[in-house]
Design a binder for this molecule. Structure first.
Ligand code: 5GP
Length: 304
């Protein structure tokens, strides 16, 4: 049966008003005037509230730091279907979501303050491939170019892969305070992150990605606590072994040394703010970029 015209007009007006009210709540969460957990609590305490009719997915998407890739993953982990509204959650789903919001939100907010992301992880996990993919596909992101005292490998370009410099120049840069961090890697060459281009990029609103080793990541965090540390993980230990052993041209002793190093490196993952599994380069890159685009998303949403 068709409702009378006057009822239909009233219903559509009410729907528009509800949508606007939900948008205002989402904006308040994005701008951190309202916590996501308080939105959930309001929804659960009153089925008549605007909050009750909000989709879980929309609430999660409005939290600074959570983009579509992470939101989908979180919802899957919480066992909540993507069309679910807050009022439609079962008791266990409510508990799991509440726990997630309480535990996760502060970490996400910390990430939201920084557009400087450090990507580290064990040798052979694919850090270089992921960061090269980001450089080639996300031109807004500045991929920091390190200075190193090691010799260029075939195909490497000075100023793109690294700044290839000698020991004297490296010493000068240390003395002049030009490095954000520097370290001796694999007991051999020195590698350092030039500070100038990073400061300039951040000041002009660009996101910056550093692809450095684990000790470098620790030093950056000490110098700039607002930096977000991302640990890139292999899909499985077996996969990492396969990548480390590679073509099997190394001696057994060398293979054993690499595996021991990988175990030590993996143990550092708990020090990091986020972990990203490198199953697929494109997806891993998207996840890392999502972490950097938070601030930009907030700026854009604020202008809506
Ligand atoms: P490769 O010589 O194979 O290019 O790099 C060796 C290691 O040095 C990699 O783990 C890489 O992440 C790390 N690395 C590259 N640049 C820097 C840097 O500026 N600082 C630090 N601490 N490590 C770096």
């Amino acid at each position: 049966m068709k409702p009378p015209e006057v009822d239909r007009v009233a219903a559509s007006r009410a729907a528009v008003a509800a949508r606007r009210a939900r948008a205002a709540v989402k904006r308040a969460v994005t701008e951190r005037r309202l916590s996501a957990v308080s939105v959930l609590d309001t929804a659960l305490s009153s089925t008549e509230s605007v909050e009750a009719t909000m989709r879980v997915r929309d609430l999660l998407m409005s939290i600074p730091g959570l983009g579509p890739v992470r939101v989908d993953r979180v919802m899957e982990r919480l066992g909540i279907a993507s069309s679910k509204r807050l009022s439609g959650l079962g008791v266990h789903q409510q508990q799991r979501l509440r726990e997630f919001l309480l535990k996760r939100a502060p970490q996400v907010e910390r990430a939201a303050q920084s557009r400087l992301v450090v990507l580290a992880g064990p040798t052979a996990v694919g850090k270089g491939t992921v960061s090269t993919y980001i450089r080639e596909n996300y031109p807004d992101v500045l991929l920091s170019v390190s200075a190193t005292t090691r010799a260029p490998r075939p195909g490497e370009v000075d100023g793109v892969s690294y700044y290839f410099i000698d020991d004297a120049e490296f010493d000068r840069m240390i003395d002049e305070g030009e490095f954000l961090e520097w370290a001796v890697v694999h007991n051999k060459s020195r590698y350092g992150t030039p500070r100038g281009p990073i400061d300039a990029a951040l000041a002009s609103g660009r996101s910056v990605l550093l692809e450095i080793d684990i000790q470098g990541a620790r030093l950056v965090k000490a110098a700039m606590p607002e930096a977000t540390l991302v640990f890139l993980l292999p899909p499985t230990w077996e996969e990492l072994v396969r990548r480390l052993i590679g073509r099997g041209t190394e001696t057994l002793e060398e293979q054993e040394r690499r595996l021991t190093t990988a175990r030590v490196e993996l143990a550092a993952q708990d020090e990091f703010d986020h972990r990203v599994v490198n199953r697929d380069v494109q997806a891993a890159a998207a996840e890392v970029v999502e972490l950097m685009q938070i601030q930009k998303a907030i700026d854009l949403r604020g202008k809506e």
